[in-house]
Design a protein around this ligand. Structure first.
Ligand code: DP6
Length: 345
């Protein structure tokens, strides 16, 4: 038996991916940009063992067995990596050997905390490691077919997923913008408002948005290309106020499109809206932008803040939300962000 164990980090989108132009290949309607978090705090950990004695491929997610062979996305990732192995002509493990895969997240699954991103990135990275493939751009096109946002978790730092133009998706790849060390005092505070499973999955929510939202098309053609460029400039120059404004506007537009979807997708709750108001009041009182929020397809908030401003922000959160949020500040992390990596054991 041969095994590999790896961890992969969560990434949080600054420019949101929302909408596919090809459902099977998971090709997005727009570019997106994300920041990868530190694997010590939030990550997926996957062990894959291959043996000639295993009779079929099996997988356990957080201890529960899932129907691996029946799951189109999981099988696509496995086939994608195995095709790369065939093309490379080298393999540490015979492709005929069946696999046993065990994966765990150290944070709530499917609560809008990017669990599928870390999970699929980890699956693809661990498969590549098991078969002896190098880490390269092609792996991002495979992880993308597990869950779109997963392609961005294959790199640390700030990452750009290009929508691409080719029909076969080979140019819809994730590439690093800058490594984590470029902006070492950038921190993220995750406020866990609710860790229940979300009502409308991202997959379904974005499918509905593509067919029913009239705002989405304008976002794709007029807004995202311009914002993507401006955000990359802000990251390159470490311009926090510009970074923060784009990030908050993006979050707001994404949720506006979710509401413009019919029937609407409502991901934020009253506490989420109170956090938005809190952030704007906090920045107004400071006379400058010291923190920015973003919300994915769930009520939980990610706040961006520079390290030197973390203590004051935390104190204000505790004061503003004495009963609920304060106790829910579960993750505070700095970034040295990490790429997926093999672990021992
Ligand atoms: C709101 O990657 O989970 O987090 O490709 O259908 O699996 P599928 O969707 P998924 O969507 C993530 C949506 C988002 C924004 C983002 O991460 O860019």
């Amino acid at each position: 038996m041969i095994s590999a164990t790896c961890v992969a980090p969560v990434n949080i989108a600054l420019i949101k991916y929302w909408g596919k132009r090809n459902e099977d290949l998971i090709l997005p309607v727009n570019d997106s940009i994300s920041m990868t978090l530190n694997t010590n705090e939030m990550c997926a950990k996957t062990t894959i063992s291959a043996s000639e004695k295993f009779e079929r491929n099996r997988m356990w997610l957080n201890g529960d067995e899932v129907d691996f062979e029946e799951n189109v996305r999981l099988m696509r990732c496995l086939k994608g990596v195995q095709n790369l192995v065939l093309a490379n002509g080298i393999s540490k493990v015979p492709l005929s050997w069946k696999l046993h895969i065990a994966s765990r997240n150290n944070f709530p699954t499917a609560a809008g905390l990017a669990s599928s991103a870390a999970g699929y990135a980890c699956l693809v990275f661990t498969l590549a490691r098991l078969y002896g493939l190098p880490h390269n751009e092609e792996l991002t096109t495979i992880a993308r077919q597990g869950s779109g946002s997963a392609c961005r978790s294959l790199y640390g730092g700030f990452v750009h997923w290009h929508r691409g133009v080719l029909e076969n998706g080979s140019d819809s790849v994730a590439v690093p913008v800058v490594p984590a060390q470029h902006w070492p005092n950038m921190h993220v505070l995750i406020l866990v408002v609710n860790d229940a499973r979300k009502k409308t999955s991202s997959t379904l929510g974005m499918q509905r948005a593509v067919t029913t939202s009239t705002l989405l098309q304008q976002r794709v053609t007029d807004v995202v290309p311009h914002r993507t460029k401006k955000l990359i400039d802000a990251i390159n120059t470490r311009n926090f106020t510009e970074f923060a404004e784009i990030t908050m506007r993006e979050s707001n537009q994404f949720h506006a499109i979710a509401l413009d979807t019919f029937p609407p997708c409502i991901y934020m709750n009253d506490v989420s809206h109170a956090i938005v108001n809190f952030v704007h009041s906090y920045n107004e009182a400071a006379g400058t932008i010291l923190t920015a929020y973003t919300f994915d397809a769930g009520p939980n908030a990610c706040l961006y803040v520079l390290e030197e401003h973390v203590p004051k922000l935390l104190a204000s959160i505790n004061e503003a939300f004495p009963n609920d949020i304060a106790q829910s500040v579960e993750y505070l992390q700095g970034i040295p962000m990490t790429t997926p990596s093999p672990v021992s054991g």
